[in-house]
Every structure is written in structure tokens, then in C-alpha cells.
Design a protein around this ligand. Structure first.
Ligand SMILES: Cc1ncc(COP(=O)(O)O)c(C=O)c1O
Length: 363
């Protein structure tokens, strides 16, 4: 049989020009074998609540998996609503909070639009704007990680209308928190919706969920990957006023959360005692990690998340990351164009942090 030769076409010429031009978001290293001490992607070092495994087993045992899941994850929304003190129609669920961020950017920002974010922060926001063919207005944090009033301006310096703003709060990589009163003031001055990404919110002293009631333009996202130790499961939710949720539901995939993750996340949020205990352990280890880095001459920022960001006044950062990697310890080396670089260390178990400190002391 003869084969017709199809002329080679470069995929770049077939896809939308915005996609061809995109660098693509590169997540932190996820080695799939070997014995690593993994302190690079802010996962929880402890296993999730035992209630999670029971819920997954019960769901897998019956006929539930033969059916499509509940498109609205009603059972989760009802339980989460009770805990948060809102009604279930104030909540939308997602396949991790990244899914919710995608839904939000697709809902609010079209081609030629503008997404504003602080810089440096979670780089995915820029990628999501790029996919839409929108521009990303990166507004630099002040040296003390506060955010100037210019963040609330309606237009960019080039005259583009801002259609959505996103703040990670606590921020990554700094771990710093803008107080809710400051976020409320920024939301008042912005002409558009403001997403407060609280992926690390359970480790912080304050949350902006209360602002959602006061201002229809505030939307808060939450992740189960960090505080509930479920990064491998993929679950998150957003809190917004029902009129906003209604719009977001039009954009999400019909079945964006599967039956196992809905059951598991419901069991996880139901176990608030586990959450409080885990949070206490992470916060205690975070304090010890920050103090130890300071004692070693690093500028370690007081963190409100489950990681610590540090820089060294003299020592180059990349070789520190590389030396740790050679010893089987993965941390995150971050370099931000036009800003600088540094090291982000996730809070591990006490043993993992001891192993990390023993090595970094020798570098
Ligand atoms: C600021 C921020 N938002 C969102 C996410 C994504 O979380 P999820 O695993 O729920 O998609 C991350 C993950 O590292 C993050 O750092």
C-alpha cells in the first residue's frame, strides 16, 4: 500500500498566534521516582485526614463511578457553606484552584483585554491572560511587599482598560499578606472584579472571604492542595455573590469535579479538627525554619503561608539550590525578570526541615 506524503506543517502555524507566542507555564519539578525531600511546590508534608480515604473507598465501592458526577458538587457546597457562614449558591467548585482561575480569566478577560496582577506573584495569571490574547499588567510590589494605590487604577500606563485583577493573598513567593482592609480599599478603587487567590489562606491570620458580602466585585478562591494535603486529588472552590457564581457556571466544564474528589473534599472539609491540628504543626515549623534561616544570614520573610521566601545579601542563590538538589533536597529557585531572584522553601515535617538545615549550613 502506498502512503501519500503529507507536507510537514509546523504546529505553530496552525494554532492561534497568541498560543504560538506563549512560553507556557512551567510548574515546579515533580520527580516521579527516587527518594527526595520535596520542599519545592508547597505541598503539605502530612497525609490528609483519614476520613478522606474512607470517603473515597465508599464512593468507589458502589455504582457512583458508573454515573456522571453532580455538576455542581452540591454535597460539598452545602457542607462548606455551613462552615464558611454563606449560602451554597455563593460557592463554585473546581478541579484545583487553577481550574477556578482559568474559569475566572475566561469569564472576565477577552482578547485585547487586560489582567492586572502584582509582581512578583503566581506566574500562572500571566499565562492565563496570554491564552486569552489579553495583556498582563504586572504592577510591582513595594520593597516591603505592600501594594501602592496605583494597583487600583482603571487603566494601564499604555491606556488599556483593566478587566480583572488578581492578588495571591498570602502571596507567592513572598508569603506576605495584604490586610483585608487594604484589599477592600483596592477593590473599591478598581473598575473591575478582584480575585483574591487564597490558596494559602488557611495558614494566614486573616481572610478576605468576609469582603465578598460587602462588595460584589470581590471573589475569593481556595485550594485543597495545601492546607488539606490533597494536591494529588485536585479540588478547590471560589466564594462570590450568587449573581457572579451564575456567570462562572456558564464557563466551567460541565463535570469539572469528579465523584471521588467531591466525596473526598467533603470529608476533608468536614474534619475541621484535622485542619486545626495540621495548621498548628505547619505554623510552628514555619517559625523555626524562618528563625534558622535568619540565623544563617539569610533575609527570611515573615510568612503567612506554608513556605518561607529568603534571599542572601552576598551569596548567589542558584548554587544553593543546586547543592541541595545534589543531596536529594528540592527547594524552589525563583528568578523574576527585572526584579531579582531568591529561594522558596516549603514547610516540611520537622525531620525534613532538620535535614534541609543540616545541608544548607554547610553550603
Ligand atoms: C498562589 C497559588 N494559587 C493557586 C495555586 C494552585 O493550586 P491548586 O493546586 O489548587 O490548583 C498555587 C499552587 O501552587 C499557588 O501557589
Amino acid at each position: 500500500m502506498t502512503r501519500t506524503t503529507i507536507p510537514a506543517v509546523r504546529a505553530e502555524s496552525l494554532v492561534r498566534p497568541e498560543i504560538a507566542a506563549l512560553a507556557g507555564y512551567v510548574p515546579g519539578e515533580q520527580p516521579q521516582g527516587g527518594k527526595w525531600i520535596k520542599l519545592n511546590t508547597n505541598e503539605n508534608p502530612y497525609p490528609p485526614s483519614p476520613a478522606v480515604a474512607r470517603a473515597i473507598a465508599a464512593t468507589a465501592a458502589g455504582r457512583t463511578l458508573a454515573r456522571y458526577p453532580d455538576p455542581l458538587a452540591t454535597v460539598f457546597r452545602m457542607r462548606a457553606a455551613e462552615i464558611l457562614g454563606v449560602d451554597p449558591d455563593w460557592i463554585i467548585c473546581g478541579n484545583g484552584s487553577d481550574d477556578l482561575l482559568t474559569i475566572l480569566v475566561r469569564t472576565f478577560v477577552g482578547a485585547g483585554g487586560c489582567l492586572r496582577m502584582p509582581y512578583p506573584s503566581y506566574i500562572l495569571y500571566r499565562t492565563l491572560a496570554g491564552i486569552q490574547g489579553a495583556v498582563c499588567d504586572e504592577f510591582h510590589f513595594n520593597p516591603d511587599w505592600s501594594l501602592g494605590d496605583g494597583f487600583g487604577a482603571a487603566r494601564t500606563a499604555a491606556g488599556a482598560d483593566v478587566r480583572l485583577a488578581i492578588i495571591a493573598n498570602p502571596n507567592s513567593p513572598s508569603g506576605t499578606l495584604l490586610p483585608p482592609a487594604r484589599v477592600a480599599a483596592l477593590a473599591e478603587s478598581l473598575p473591575c472584579a478582584l480575585v483574591v487567590d487564597e490558596a494559602y489562606g488557611d495558614f494566614a491570620d486573616a481572610s478576605c472571604i468576609g469582603l465578598v458580602r460587602q462588595n460584589e466585585r470581590v471573589i475569593v478562591t481556595r485550594s485543597f492542595s495545601k492546607s488539606y494535603a490533597l494536591a494529588g486529588l485536585r479540588f478547590g472552590f471560589a466564594v462570590a455573590q450568587p449573581s457572579v457564581i451564575e456567570q462562572l457556571q456558564k464557563v466551567k466544564d460541565s463535570y469539572n469535579c469528579d465523584a471521588l474528589s467531591i466525596a473526598a473534599a467533603t470529608a476533608a472539609i468536614d474534619d475541621q479538627a484535622w485542619l486545626a491540628d495540621n495548621r498548628a504543626k505547619i505554623v510552628a515549623t514555619r517559625r523555626r525554619l524562618g528563625a534558622s534561616l535568619t540565623a544563617l544570614g539569610y533575609d527570611a520573610i515573615d510568612s503567612q503561608a506554608n513556605f518561607v521566601w529568603c534571599t542572601h545579601p552576598e551569596r548567589p542563590h542558584r548554587p544553593v539550590y543546586e547543592a541541595l538538589k545534589k543531596q536529594g533536597i528540592l527547594i524552589r529557585y525563583m528568578q523574576y525578570a527585572g526584579w531579582g531572584d531568591g529561594l522558596r522553601i516549603s514547610v516540611g515535617t520537622d525531620d525534613e526541615i532538620d535535614a534541609f538545615l543540616a545541608v544548607i549550613k554547610t553550603i
